[in-house]
Design a protein around this ligand. Sequence first.
Ligand code: ZN
Ligand code: FE
Length: 277
Amino acid sequence: MTSDIIVKAVPCLQDNYAWLLHESHSGQTAVIDPGQAEPILAALHSQGWTLSHIINTHHHGDHVGGNLALLAATNAQLYASAYDLQHQRIPGSDSGRAHPLHDGQPLLLGTQPLTTIAVPGHTLGHIALYHAPQDTEPGLLFSGDTLFSLGCGRLFEGTAPQLWQSLKRLRALPANTLMYAGHEYTLKNSSFVRYLGLNSPELEEYLTKCQQKRSKNHPTLPNLMAIEQNLNPFLRADCPKVAAAVMNHRDVEPGLANQALSPQEIFGYLRRLRDNF
Ligand code: ZN
Ligand code: FE
């Protein structure tokens, strides 16, 4: 049986990926996070697909830059978080074709539901999209700038506890979920994991595969959620090994060195270490 949804990466800008999702029964096609219009239109043309949905995980320019030109060139409808639309920070929010997405809400691509998961932290309106597993097909997660392979988004608007909470929701998805993120950051993020001293044979094995893909200019994504659950320190702030690595690397405030920190505090230090890395 072929998959109900075909996913195709469209590289945009420096290191962004827009994702094209094609539902074969209805012929509907969605783009998630079009940072630019031209490469999307070219990919649609070469596949012979017609755009029906434009979906933004959040309002940053590298994820919405193609909205207006795509709205002009196609009849697609626009979907973004209710928060980002209310704040009018999605280009095309006033087009009459914009539809708000709320946490838990399913959005139909043909017959296939994509569920909205609110994941505030990188920005306050950030959402992820999830297609649940079907028969033998694994689930698909489109995580935007919330979860990267071996990393997570910076805290632009939310707090560390908020982002930790959001990442815990994504971590709870099935281990065979395929994770599609908004940027090609895998190898960059791996140097931070090594800096923390969290090397392992599993990490090396994963990185060898990623380096092979990058040497052919292929995306390292999608990645299996199981690998992120095991190797991504930002999903493991409640693991004693990660907590110990953070305690070894953070600027220890006098008297705090031996104090037990909560997972969300560990996560906050971890994010700060990555900001300064
Ligand atoms: Zn962003
Ligand atoms: Fe981004």
